[in-house]
Design a protein around this ligand. Structure first.
Ligand SMILES: Nc1nc2c(c(=O)[nH]1)N[C@H]1C(S)=C(S)[C@@H](COP(=O)(O)OP(=O)(O)OC[C@H]3O[C@@H](n4cnc5c(N)ncnc54)[C@H](O)[C@@H]3O)O[C@H]1N2
Ligand code: MOO
Length: 428
């Protein structure tokens, strides 16, 4: 299959391991490669475009070129508080003050006259220079300069930042607050952007209960309170997760409902939890086939989380199947959902961080191991973060991740004390 590269944005053939897919009975797709594939699937997914007010456009990605609608700045103005000076070396006769917000006076400022104004005020036609307030003395209606300004001093010229029609923002640019400010300065009220992907979250499992203390045999749903806020933290939209019964028909119906928009808006991306393994109660893979999805990743070489799945619908929309074990599901959402949503939002693949292992981080497996860590006190605030593994991070547990300040990405073979280790950016 063809995929966009997160590195150069060009189309590449996906690796054989990725398309072979049958990951988790073997060791699975390399974890770093899986992140790149997740990003590329998101980047290749269909894009919805919307127009948003410039005051709420920060963080979005522009889909059109935006040009200055007028020269920037729009008129010649004072760069300092003081006086607009007509020609001559002074003294100048002081005329009327120029109010802020008034239109530039077309009456030429005569030689030997000056008009008080403040920073940003429009200089009258024929202004020779602006004299700063600290460089002049006004006395009896006459102004004398203690330092005569050179011609054009302290005048901001119309169009000196941009001529009308110059490109201010390109299609694909992330609208940072300064870019939103620039667009506003250039006269824009609204901007066309990629819509935030709408994500439907489905929690699979008959044993999963949404409220209270579960009876023995049941578990309390941990994904309803955690998956939607992580999706939102990544910049997408997510409503409440929907509980789905553990049977094939129920799983197919829930997927169809999310994809087709029955009972709500159509999802751009579907995230499921549970049902990824190949036990008798695991129907995700079969259900994906029945809704026409093609499985791109079926297992990743990562612990925990190896049964994670990525599938693509015929129109390019993506389904991310998270494993049901709580730690595994959440780490897969952060590790693969983050890149997937970044791609769908038009952003680059999120970079991994680095830290120094304060103690050895063993990894006897052939997979990447994700380890919840705290920051160890290095005694050197300016130095790199040092990290120490937490306890209670079995795949079915949560206490380790709940205390984590970092997640170390430990390669097969492990990392020795004082060695550098990659870290996963956390969205909280
Ligand atoms: N024979 C094999 N069994 C399992 C394998 C395997 O390779 N071969 N992999 C194990 C691993 S690793 C994981 S992870 C899980 C993945 O299982 P599923 O994605 O199919 O998830 P479930 O079977 O539905 O549930 C697993 C576990 O997680 C609990 N769970 C599920 N959803 C929730 C929820 N919303 N809130 C709280 N807890 C949840 C569920 O009760 C199970 O305990 O498969 C292993 N088995
Ligand atoms: O890999 Mo499972 O996802 O260990 O819990």
């Amino acid at each position: 299959m063809t995929l966009l590269s997160p590195v150069d944005g060009r189309v590449h053939e996906a690796s054989a391991t990725a398309t072979a897919g049958r990951g988790h009975r073997g060791v699975g797709v390399d974890w770093h490669e899986a992140r790149r594939i997740a990003w590329a699937l998101g980047a290749a997914a269909p894009v919805r475009i919307e127009t948003v007010d410039i005051t709420s456009a920060s963080g979005r990605v522009a889909t059109d070129v935006a040009r200055a609608l007028a020269p920037l700045p729009g008129f010649d103005s004072a760069a300092m508080d003081g006086w607009a000076l007509g020609p001559g070396d002074g003294p100048w006769r002081i005329g009327d003050a120029i109010p802020m917000g008034s239109a530039p006076d077309p009456v030429v400022l005569a030689a030997g006259t000056a008009r008080p104004l403040t920073t940003g005020g429009p200089v009258p036609a024929g202004t020779h220079a602006v004299l700063r307030s600290e460089d002049g003395v006004a006395d009896g209606g006459l102004l004398r300069a203690t330092r005569v300004p050179s011609p054009g001093a302290h005048i901001r010229r119309a169009g000196e930042e941009s001529a009308g029609g110059e490109v201010l923002v390109r299609s694909g640019d992330l609208l940072t607050p300064p870019r939103c400010a620039l667009l506003a300065a250039g006269g824009h009220d609204a901007v066309r952007v990629r819509a935030r992907p709408r994500v439907a979250a489905l929690t699979l499992g008959d044993e999963v209960h949404g409220r209270g203390v579960p009876r023995p045999g049941s578990v309390r749903d941990v994904f309803g309170p955690s998956v939607p806020p992580i999706i939102v933290a990544f910049g997408a939209e997510a409503g409440p997760a929907r509980a789905v019964p553990d049977d094939l028909d129920g799983t197919v119906a829930a997927l169809e409902e999310a994809i087709g928009g029955l009972g709500g808006p159509r999802a751009d991306i579907v995230v499921t939890t549970g049902g990824t393994a190949h036990g008798t109660g695991d129907h995700l893979q079969a259900a994906l086939g029945l809704v026409g999805a093609r499985i791109v990743i079926d297992g990743v070489a990562v612990r925990p989380g190896h049964p994670v799945m990525l599938a693509v619908l015929p129109d390019g929309r993506v389904v991310l199947g998270l494993p049901g074990n709580p730690l595994a599901g959440l780490l897969c959402l952060v590790a693969l959902g983050g890149p997937l949503l970044a791609g769908a939002l038009g952003r680059p693949l999120p970079a991994l961080g680095t830290a120094v292992a304060a103690d050895a981080l063993p990894n006897p497996t052939r997979s990447t191991r994700l380890v919840a860590c705290v920051r160890a006190d290095s005694g050197d605030a300016a130095g790199p973060a040092r990290v120490l593994a937490l306890g209670r991070q079995d795949s079915a547990m949560l206490r380790g991740l709940a205390s984590a300040e970092a997640v170390a990405v430990v390669p097969p073979g492990g990392v020795a004390a004082d060695e550098t280790v990659e870290t996963l950016p956390l969205p909280w």
